[in-house]
Structure formats: structure tokens, C-alpha cells
Design a protein around this ligand. Structure first.
Ligand SMILES: *[C@@H]1O[C@H](CO)[C@@H](O)[C@H](O)[C@H]1NC(C)=O
Length: 235
């Protein structure tokens, strides 16, 4: 079974498009080198919680587009610090806006384990689902785009009780193995996969857009997510 999956993954890799995601810790990014390494898109951390802005955001975000790398911005959720609406508004005020310019992906909201071992930030599944909905509604009302949702399988299952409420959103799944686990939450397909935690050389994490470059361009323009056919590929 493993072997068959590995072969399927290799076969689909022909359609995959490579990218990266970066945070403040990457500092000034050498986007010329990123482009030369074949990376076609980037997600860039803009904000965290309600009181932290990436001080390298402009260099990273504008620098990527300057090298014709399609980019989007990321909000790191701290769901116990304020409402989802407040954090979406904070994100939108600090780099989270979407523009229909062909170089801007819809913003992503990132869910990771809380610090000090509290995976779900002290929130139960119902409260967490309400938080995600509040964030998403605020973001999409303002931009006309649904935010991308970044999560791991484990986090989503544990912290949202594996809700299928958000399956219309584009899923960005973190998995540093082989993506042989099923995707959570009623999603049938992942568009984005964070496959490498750290590429080294200041490149940040490694990501795969699970389709051709043209589909990525279409997704940037929106307004709706790229439609899927039954095999999970875009129509
Ligand atoms: C939020 O949750 C994290 C993880 O449990 C904790 O470290 C932090 O103190 C909490 N903050 C608030 C404001 O409750």
C-alpha cells in the first residue's frame, strides 16, 4: 500500500508547483535566489494574535512580487486572545488584504499547537469552530475571498472535533511525511501542502501547490476557489 501511494505521489508531482512560506525569522529574503530555485509562490507571515506584526513583512511581500512570485499573507491565530473578528481585522490592517492583481493569493489563517503543551489554546471544539467562522466571515466580507486554512491533521481532529464546516475553504495541510493520511474535516483534496519544515539557506518552509502553475494563477485571481472535478483536479 505504501509503495503504491509513493508511486501515485511521484506521478502527481509532475503537476505540482513549488513554493515556500516565511516568517519574521527569515529576515530579508533573497527573492532572486528563491525564484532561481524554482519557487513560484510564497506565503508570508504578516501578523500573530492581536499585537505582533512581522517587521520584515514589506521587504518579503513586495520583494516576492517583484520577482514574479505569487504571494499571499498569513495570520498566526492565537484563538484565546481575542475574537476571530478582531484578529481578522488586525490581519487586514497589517498586510492581510487581498488584491485582484494576479500576484496576490487570499490570506491564510494558521492554526498550530498553543504554547506550553496546550494544543487547543484552552478552547473546546465548539468555541474553536465559532472562532474560525468569525475569522472567516470577517475576512471574506471585507475581501470577497475565503481565507485559506492552514492546519495539521492532528490539530484539526483534536481542536475542532474534525468539523466539516469549512470544506469550501482551500486547505493548506502541514505534513512532513508523505501525505498518505486522509485529509481531515470533510475536505477531499488539499491544494497546499507544507511538506518541509525548513528548507535551510533562509528559505523558510517548503510548500507544494498540488496542481499546475496555471491553476495557481487562477486561484490568485479568484473570486471563487478553482472548481474541482471528481478526481480532485481543477476543471
Ligand atoms: C492562551 O493559551 C496559551 C496556551 O495555552 C497560554 O500560554 C496563554 O497564556 C493563553 N493566553 C490567554 C490570554 O489566555
Amino acid at each position: 500500500m505504501r509503495r503504491i501511494l509513493a508511486i501515485l505521489l511521484c506521478a502527481s508531482a509532475a503537476y505540482a508547483t513549488q513554493g515556500i512560506d516565511v516568517t519574521e525569522s527569515q529576515g530579508n529574503v533573497d527573492w532572486k535566489a528563491v525564484a532561481a530555485a524554482g519557487k513560484r509562490f510564497a506565503y508570508i507571515m504578516a501578523t500573530r494574535g492581536i499585537d505582533h506584526v512581522n517587521s520584515f513583512f514589506s521587504q518579503q511581500y513586495d520583494g516576492a512580487a517583484h520577482r514574479h512570485i505569487i504571494r499571499g499573507s498569513v495570520h498566526y491565530a492565537e484563538p484565546n486572545r481575542s475574537t476571530g473578528a478582531e484578529q481578522a481585522t488586525y490581519f487586514l490592517s497589517n498586510g492581510g488584504e487581498w488584491r485582484n492583481d494576479g500576484y496576490t493569493l487570499p490570506g491564510a489563517v494558521m492554526f498550530e499547537n498553543g504554547p506550553s503543551g496546550d494544543t487547543c489554546w484552552g478552547l473546546g471544539p465548539d468555541a474553536m469552530v465559532a472562532w474560525v467562522a468569525d475569522f472567516s466571515t470577517t475576512y471574506s466580507t471585507r475581501t470577497g475571498r475565503l481565507p485559506v486554512i492552514y492546519t495539521s491533521n492532528d490539530w484539526w481532529v483534536q481542536c475542532t472535533a474534525n468539523t466539516a464546516t469549512f470544506s469550501e475553504h482551500v486547505l493548506w495541510i502541514a505534513d512532513y511525511y508523505d501525505m498518505s493520511d486522509p485529509v481531515p474535516g470533510g475536505w477531499t483534496f488539499y491544494w497546499l501542502w507544507q511538506s518541509e519544515r525548513d528548507l535551510g539557506n533562509g528559505l523558510g518552509a517548503g510548500d507544494i501547490w498540488n496542481s499546475e502553475y496555471n491553476d495557481l494563477v487562477a486561484f490568485a485571481k479568484g473570486p471563487s476557489p478553482v472548481p474541482l472535478d471528481s478526481s480532485g483536479k481543477s476543471e
